[in-house]
Design a protein around this ligand. Sequence first.
Ligand code: ZN
Length: 453
Amino acid sequence: MTTLLIKNAHLLATLDDTRREIPDGGMFIRDNVIEQVGPTADLPETADSVYDMAGHVVLPGLINTHHHMYQSLTRAVPAAQDAELFGWLKTLYPLWARLTPEMIRISTLTAMTELLLSGCTTSSDHLYVFPNGCRLDDSIEAATEIGMRFHACRGSMSVGESKGGLPPDSLVENEPDILADTQRLIEDYHDADRHAMLRIAAAPCSPFSVSQGLMRDTGELARTYGVGLHTHLAENTNDLAYSREKFGMTPAEYVENLGWVGTDVWHAHCVQLDQPGIDLFARTGTGVAHCPCSNMRLASGIAPIRKMIDAGVTVGLGVDGCASNDGAHMLGEARQAMLLQRVGFGPAALSARQALELATRGGASVLGRDDIGSLAVGKSADFIAFNLNEVEFAGAHSDPLAAMVFCAPAKVDYSFINGKLIVENGRITRMDIPAILRRHNELAADLLRGEAA
Ligand code: ZN
């Protein structure tokens, strides 16, 4: 048993059920679990490790509910800079067809580095291309190495161009193989216990790349094992038109028909979710991963998040893939969520505190977890600290918590995950990050030149 004392935080924002904000706050942690939260004066005076957080804002670790980490190899690709979703995908599929297992592992480490420094402590990743021997195991290995809490989504594509789908035939898999591999991953890796560092979810890619049969079979498999179900939905008007034309249904009708609603399901984007869809999601507890940067980058539109929250839909945030965000800054995503709702629905559409709630409590609910997303007794010890004396926050100390979202996205000074120190003084201490980035850039260049596979 080891103990950890966090003390003297300028402000400790718990995001707990009463949204307690504690000046001169701290926490006492035993192993990986929070045992006490409160003013420093009320906590034990010492522990095995003690961190003085004077001048810092301490928050629960941010939770990213949607990502494609491999895409950090194909950021800002010139030919895909100015296209909407379908054109963007068709430009990038041939590049992704050259991915190798090393590229998956290294790009996952790179994406996680960026996420960790931006305040994220739990991330999902949706990997749906498996060329050249790539496996979800490659991402899982990276998460374990770097120490991030991870929800690995076994994605899939089974309907290629010759069958009316969007991806090239070379990039789709056979449906029995997809189901067998999903089952293998759940059996090998999924940890259903409280404070789990690794969970698996089943995640066919999108309505325009998998069959309805695979959606149904994947859903059945996931529910047999009690793992989450994840996919893309209603991302833009072309996605909506595809659903109407191919299935004769709105995206919401499509997922309801397939049984893809419920508290174990979360859908990315939902920009074009209509009012009956919002009501359906609220009624069934179906989650939404809102990805504002990607939605702006691809001109997909403004997801009606204010309406969803008002209706009682569970909403979290996602940075989405690095090729449609070109960044993976979780605090930045919370800021963009606040700004974009205001563009769509007025200046009071989303407050800074509400944006932080989406990035913490919201994300935890979307991923089906009650052990993360807030700082309270019995929760996992996942927390971050930002230094108020950095230039980003100069002049904003009148409301240090709101400053986290109103000011330009800063990097964390400290990050702890499951009670372990991951970022110290703004650096990830357990890995040689410059070496990873050098290799990442070599591999990215190989991918663009077509030499890798
Ligand atoms: Zn996505």
